[in-house]
Design a protein around this ligand. Structure first.
Ligand code: CP
Length: 297
C-alpha cells in the first residue's frame, strides 16, 4: 500500500487487514512495532482535533517521528507550492505526508506530482472523502454488531457537505449488506446516490435502526448559516427518538459534536453512544494505517 487517498481504491482485503490490525493493537497495547528511522509530516489546511492529534499520537506510539506544521510558519507562506514542500520533506527522508485540505481532489492531484517520493494519507478532503474516518467507523460498527451484514443504518443531517458520510456509505457497501437511510432537512439530502434511501419521516426512519449516525452541522461550509435554535426539535436525535430504534442500536457521530443541536447532550453521553469509542478506535486505526504503509515502503 503506497497511499491512502479514498476508500474506493482500497481493496476489501486490505480494509479487513487494516481493521484487524487496528483491533490487534487495541487488544495488545504492548505488542506495537517500532519504526524509529521513519518520519511523517502532518499538513492540515483545515482545523482538526481528532484526526490531527490521533495521527500524531499514532506516529509516536510506533516510534515514527511526527513533524507538526503550522501552515503560517512554513515556506508555503513564502509562495512555495505544496508539491515542492513535499519533495523537500522527501529529500529529508520524510516517508509519509498526512494531509487535510478543503479541495475534494487535493490528495489525488498531489499523488500525480509526487508519486513514488513520499506516501500520502488523505486526512479529509473537502466534502468528498475521509478514508481513515470510514475505516475507524467500520471498525466501531463491527465491534458493536459483529458483522456488517443485515444492518439498518440511519444517517441524520447534513449529508451534502459530509465527506464522513460519503466515505462511510462507500465502505459499508464494500464490506457488507447494509441498508442505508437518510433523514434531515431537504436542502441536505443525498443527491444522485442510489446507495441511500432518502426518507421524509424521522420517526419511521429511526424505527428498528441498528446504527444511527448523526452528522455535524458544518456552518463553515454553508453559504448561509442556518438557525440552529429549533434544529434539535425538528431533526436532531433526542432520547425519545432513540427509543424508536432497536434497543441495542448504537449512536455514532464523527465529532466534533454540536451538543443539543444535531444530537441531544444526554444521547451523546448515553450507554448506546459510541462517540468516544470512535475516537479511541481512531488512534489504533491510524497506527494500523501508518504501520502498513511503513511496512510496504
Ligand atoms: N471527525 C473528524 O475528522 O474530527 P476532527 O475534525 O476533529 O479531526
Amino acid at each position: 500500500m503506497r497511499h491512502i487517498i479514498d476508500i474506493e481504491n482500497i481493496s476489501n482485503d486490505l480494509i479487513i487487514k487494516l481493521i484487524e490490525r487496528a483491533q490487534y493493537y487495541l487488544d495488545h497495547p504492548h505488542q506495537i512495532p517500532s519504526y524509529p528511522t521513519h518520519s511523517c509530516g502532518l499538513l492540515f489546511f483545515e482545523n482538526s482535533t481528532r484526526t490531527l492529534h490521533s495521527f500524531y499520537l499514532a506516529a509516536t506510539r510506533l516510534s515514527i517521528t511526527p513533524l507538526m506544521t503550522n501552515i503560517n510558519t512554513t515556506s508555503l507562506n513564502k509562495q512555495e507550492s505544496v508539491t515542492d514542500m513535499l519533495l523537500a520533506w522527501a529529500a529529508m527522508g520524510v516517508n509519509v505526508a498526512i494531509i487535510r485540505h478543503g479541495d475534494n481532489h487535493f490528495c489525488q492531484k498531489l499523488k500525480e506530482k509526487v508519486d513514488s517520493k513520499i506516501a500520502l494519507i488523505n486526512a479529509g478532503s473537502g466534502m468528498l472523502s475521509h478514508p481513515s474516518q470510514a475505516l475507524l467507523d467500520a471498525m466501531t460498527i463491527h465491534q458493536a454488531k459483529g458483522s456488517w451484514n443485515n444492518l439498518k443504518v440511519v444517517i441524520m443531517g447534513d449529508y451534502n457537505h459530509s465527506r464522513v458520510a460519503r466515505s462511510l456509505v462507500t465502505i459499508l457497501n464494500k464490506l457488507g449488506r447494509v441498508s442505508c437511510h437518510w433523514v434531515g432537512p431537504e436542502q441536505w439530502q443525498p443527491r444522485d446516490d442510489s446507495r441511500i434511501t432518502v426518507e421524509k419521516n424521522i420517526h419511521t426512519t429511526l424505527s428498528d435502526a441498528d446504527v444511527i449516525v448523526c452528522l455535524r452541522i458544518q456552518q463553515e461550509r454553508l453559504s448561509q448559516p442556518i438557525d440552529t435554535k429549533n434544529y434539535l426539535l425538528s431533526w436532531g436525535l433526542t432520547k425519545e427518538r432513540l427509543k424508536l430504534a432497536k434497543p441495542d442500536a448504537i449512536v455514532m457521530h464523527p465529532g466534533p459534536i454540536n451538543r443539543d443541536i444535531e444530537i441531544a447532550s444526554d444521547v451523546a453521553n448515553c450507554q448506546q453512544s459510541c462517540i468516544h469509542q470512535q475516537v479511541t478506535n481512531g488512534l489504533y486505526m491510524r497506527m494500523a494505517i501508518l504501520a502498513t504503509i511503513t511496512d510496504s515502503s
